[in-house]
Write a protein that binds this ligand. Structure first.
Ligand SMILES: C[S@@+](CC[C@H](N)C(=O)[O-])C[C@H]1O[C@@H](n2cnc3c(N)ncnc32)[C@H](O)[C@@H]1O
Length: 362
């Protein structure tokens, strides 16, 4: 019980981590590199956002014309609904409008979500950009599960966001079966959740372009939770990744690998060089590959690789056949592999932690 309360509190704090402009730009540009028209004529929805200061809204508004967007919609969650509150921070839009426009409403500004829309040159400066954003209060609190925001989801072609970590599974389910394109931030461990892994296995969704190593740095307003301070901004490092169903070039670049014999002779990993053969699981017909760069190029059977393999997975090189299920609980959960019939891969009686099972494409 106490553990659950602590976990909930930790997750609620992570709900208020804000993505850096550079991370959004680098990720989105990778999809554009692969297909320059991927956003052309599309309506992009940024739910669970904080449009007044969000880098998601800033990036898509500033690049509206270059991307060829039809419409940008961004919504925020009511300040009074947020699990972690740091005092009400009125947006520029509202404070300006407090004196200039009747739109500002003291009560609504606390209890309602907001919607920002960009679809035309409002200020007649012959450009569509961030200065043309229109805003209003939503009827409700901006919860992505509300009918109001769900209607916006249905209107959109592409959904991009960093959803609240505490509601990640619900958010994923809200997006994935709609047939919409999406790019979202997730915790790295989510790839073995039973609600998510089947989509990865079938190549319905995949890792975004960004490498997983090193995690991602987010801005945080929770002062007890800071890893470093950059220009006065508190930053937190999180094992976060991008997941998406939009194609990018790295998915089609095969890993350069050595043969099994060469790995055993020349691998940079001493552990492997000291072995005469790759280790087999006690209870599952597959070999254990402790490092992605030690995957042999000439083995045709099933191989258990670290989950970080997924950020290097090339569609044409390997198929994904299974995974250990972690559910974020590590060793306590069983193996999720529908054909294996074993609960957990073992080596010399010891359980093996978080593996993706792959096989070379023939
Ligand atoms: C991880 S933060 C990301 C914020 C922002 N998009 C960014 O990365 O810069 C998640 C946001 O979702 C909001 N949120 C929490 N629960 C929500 C819900 N049920 N519906 C919509 N938004 C929610 C949080 O208040 C927070 O602003």
């Amino acid at each position: 019980m106490a553990n659950t309360i602590l976990t909930n509190a930790r997750e609620a704090k992570q709900d208020e981590f804000y993505t850096q402009y550079y991370d959004i730009e680098r990720e989105v540009e990778a999809y554009l590199d692969y297909n320059p028209d991927v956003f052309r004529g599309k309506t992009v929805l940024l739910p669970c956002d904080d449009p007044e200061w969000s880098n998601f809204t800033r990036y898509f508004a500033q690049n509206f014309e270059r991307l060829g967007l039809k419409k940008l919609i961004s919504t925020s969650y009511a300040i009074e609904r947020k699990q972690e509150r740091y005092g009400v921070q009125l947006s520029l839009f509202e404070t300006e409008f407090e004196t200039k426009s009747p739109k500002y409403d003291k009560r609504k500004s606390r209890f309602h979500g907001k919607i920002f829309v960009l679809d035309r040159d409002e200020n007649s400066d012959r450009r569509i950009d961030i200065d043309d954003l229109k805003w209003d209060y939503l009827k409700g609190d901006g919860d992505f599960r509300s009918k109001e925001v769900t209607r916006l989801r249905d209107e959109a072609d592409i959904i991009v966001t960093n959803p609240p970590f505490s509601l990640f599974r619900e958010f994923f389910a809200w997006v994935v079966d709609t047939g919409k394109r999406f790019v979202m931030i997730a915790n790295k461990n989510c790839v073995t959740y039973k609600e998510i892994f089947p989509y990865i296995r079938k190549n319905v969704i995949w890792s975004g372009r960004r490498e997983w190593a090193g995690g991602m740095w987010f801005e945080t307003k929770y002062s007890g939770n800071v890893d470093k301070v950059v220009n006065g901004v508190d930053m937190k490092n999180v094992p976060a990744i991008w997941i998406s169903n939009i194609d990018h070039g790295r998915r089609h670049q095969p890993l350069e690998l050595m043969t099994m014999a060469d790995n055993l002779k020349y691998s940079k990993h001493k552990d492997l060089r000291e072995k005469r053969a790759y280790v087999r699981y006690d209870n599952y017909r597959a070999i254990e590959i402790p490092f992605t760069d030690a995957i042999p190029s000439d083995y045709n059977g099933v191989m258990g690789v670290p989950i970080t393999f997924l950020d290097k997975h090339c569609l044409e090189q390997f198929e994904i056949v299974g995974a250990t299920e972690s559910e974020g609980k590590g060793f306590s959960a069983g193996l999720w592999y529908e054909e294996s019939g074993v609960s957990q891969p073992l080596i010399n009686g010891n359980r093996v932690y978080k593996r993706i099972f792959i096989r070379k494409k023939q």
